[in-house]
Design a protein around this ligand. Structure first.
Ligand code: NA7
Length: 547
């Protein structure tokens, strides 16, 4: 390992000011006493919740679990108004956190990090921004999100459209007046399923361009139950502890019942109860094997299909909405409010572009193989270059000037999803290979933040200035992630988890599907072993500036 000769300007550069970036600034600055500077492309905090302001945008995690747990007073003082947190309220929460912990003074807004290059001679990073900043830092910590690089498909004629068009992930802050407009929504993923029912109420006419039908469960959203919230607040420690050791980052007890070991009647009752209750409990609280065993899964998939046929009045439309080409949970599980009901409205038309694909976007609308639709507005609910897109937008170069983008050309490679061999002192919060998008994000973000702070503190105590993931440990971890994914439904659909939504992207399963509890245990073992799978290097110079 090289020995440092220069002292960096900063202990750490943090990229992003969403949940991850905010927590990291707090943790490094206030808990470790380090100098940390965050750069954020938006003009305020919020990350995902700053950008995704489309109608109906909200989180699918229940609000009492979609928050930080690092400060007990914060947990007690914040009151959510809805069962699920809506985008404006999450943004208010993150603004509150930024103010409460005085984080803004270490965040430079309207600034995008363009490059980060590792200086091997000095064991530090040189970071540049689009505003001309050039700083050096011992560590770079990315809080750049898993779903932040928006994807608008390159449909022929897109630029010729004379109306307005928007991507759900970069919705205008002032909102969009859709009253009296003919609106086309392309995409029926999470953003489409959330926005379509709300847009239908606003627009004169709505055309939904659907390529893949979806399984979605009613959210049963509503105002928060005050008595429930009070109860949660008096048991928060226990609740969070359960979530931290769970599969999805939610405080649910594991279910030990197979969908195949109960009678048909009992199974139906269990699904009915879960359907009525709403939300992800349909997945976590029904049977242990619907995401793992195809026969068990068939029972859940078929139940949801029957619900779609029951809700949607026009049988032809209902059949178009019924997913048959992939099992439930193979794509991101969705929850909704009135999604299928929306197709009973007179002003809503479902356009099946699987059978008659879009040929082009014209100046006046969208032309499919069998019809032309006149539109005033096109909404692209077409998703993101997930997990790796946000990394590829930054020129990240490690040892020997090697680009992360090149290393990841065949799929992302990272040990524990937190560090990549050849890129020392770079930590990725909820990077590919960690539970991230398969979990309740704040739980995973805090776990990574704590773990990263812990490493940095350890390095200080041991007088070390460089840490790097070992190639072998990384290779084994990536293989392990894929091995688990192979045992699930995840491999059975073209999803963004597999990069299948981006033309040319390698088909590799990106998040860790083993659950947050198992993942935490692995990270804790790595820590207990003195950071097994990492190489740490000493320096004759001062250690990192932990006070
Ligand atoms: P998703 O889940 O990636 O959904 C994108 C949707 O757009 C999906 O229905 C796609 O169909 C459709 N799509 C994408 N490209 C095209 C083209 N070229 N033509 C037609 N339709 C297309 O993105 P979301 O924003 O909804 O959700 C992303 C995540 O954010 C979500 O899971 C939450 O975790 C938060 P496809 O299914 O690929 O056939």
């Amino acid at each position: 390992m090289a020995t440092s000769t220069k002292t960096p300007d900063l202990d750490a550069v943090v990229i992003g000011a969403g949940f991850a970036g905010l927590y990291m600034v707090h943790s490094l600055r206030d808990e470790l006493g380090m100098s940390a500077q965050a750069y954020e492309a938006g003009d305020n905090v919020g990350g995902t919740w700053y950008w995704n302001r489309y109608p109906g945008a909200r989180c699918d995690s229940e609000s009492y679990m979609y928050c930080f747990s690092f400060d007990k007073a914060l947990m007690q003082e914040w009151n959510w108004s809805g069962k699920y947190p809506e985008q404006p309220e999450i943004l208010s929460y993150l603004n509150h956190v930024a103010d409460r912990f005085d984080l803004r003074k270490n965040i430079q807004f309207n600034t995008r990090v363009t490059s980060a290059k590792f200086d091997e001679a000095n064991n530090m990073w040189e970071v540049q921004t689009d505003k001309g900043d050039k700083v050096t830092a011992r560590f770079v910590v990315t809080g750049i999100g898993c779903l932040s690089a928006g994807q608008i498909p390159n449909i022929k004629g897109r630029e010729t459209f004379k109306g307005d068009s928007y991507h759900t992930g970069s919705w205008p802050h002032e909102g969009v007046n859709l009253a009296g407009k003919r609106v086309g929504v392309i995409g029926t993923g999470s953003s489409g399923v959330q926005s379509i029912p709300v847009i239908a109420q606003q627009a004169k006419q709505l055309f939904v361009f659907q390529r893949t039908p979806q399984y979605t469960i009613p959210a049963r959203h509503g105002t928060v139950d005050k008595a429930f919230l009070d109860d949660v607040k008096s048991n928060y420690d226990e609740i969070w502890d359960k979530a931290r050791h769970s599969t999805g980052g939610f405080p649910v007890d594991p279910i030990d019942r197979s969908a195949l070991e109960v009678s048909e009647e009992e199974r139906k009752d269990i699904y009915e109860t879960a359907w009525k209750e709403g939300g992800f409990k349909f997945v976590f609280g029904s049977f242990k094997d619907i995401a793992l065993d195809r026969r068990a899964n068939d029972t859940a998939s078929e139940f949801i299909r029957s619900k779609i046929r029951e809700i949607v009045k026009d049988p032809e439309t209902a059949e178009k909405l019924v997913p048959v080409d992939h099992p439930f949970t193979s794509k991101r599980a969705l929850i909704d409010t009135n999604y299928f009901d929306t197709y009973n409205r007179d002003n809503v038309t479902l356009v099946d572009i699987r059978h008659a694909p879009i040929e082009e976007i014209t100046p006046t609308g969208i032309k499919t193989e069998d019809a032309e639709y006149e539109l005033d507005v096109i909404v692209f609910a077409t998703g993101f270059d997930a997990m790796t897109g946000s990394y590829n937008r930054i020129d990240i170069r490690g040892r020997d000037g090697a680009a992360l983008k090149d290393k990841w050309a065949g799929g992302p490679k990272a040990y524990l999803g937190v560090a990549s061999a050849g890129f020392p002192n770079l930590f990725m919060i909820t990077g590919p290979g960690s539970p991230s998008v398969l979990s309740n994000m704040p739980v995973s973000i805090e776990q990574h933040g704590e773990w990263i702070s812990g490493v940095i503190e350890y390095m200080h105590e041991h007088g070390q200035t460089v840490i790097e993931a070992d190639q072998q440990a990384e290779t084994e971890w990536v293989a392990h992630v894929n091995e688990i994914a192979e045992q699930t439904m995840f491999m059975l659909a073209d999803s963004w988890y597999l990069g299948a939504n981006i033309p040319g992207k390698p088909r590799v399963f990106m998040p860790y599907p083993g659950g947050v509890g198992a993942y935490r245990q692995k990270c804790d073992e790595v820590t207990a072993g003195g950071y097994t799978g990492f190489t740490l290097g000493a320096s004759t110079r001062e250690p990192v500036g932990v006070s």
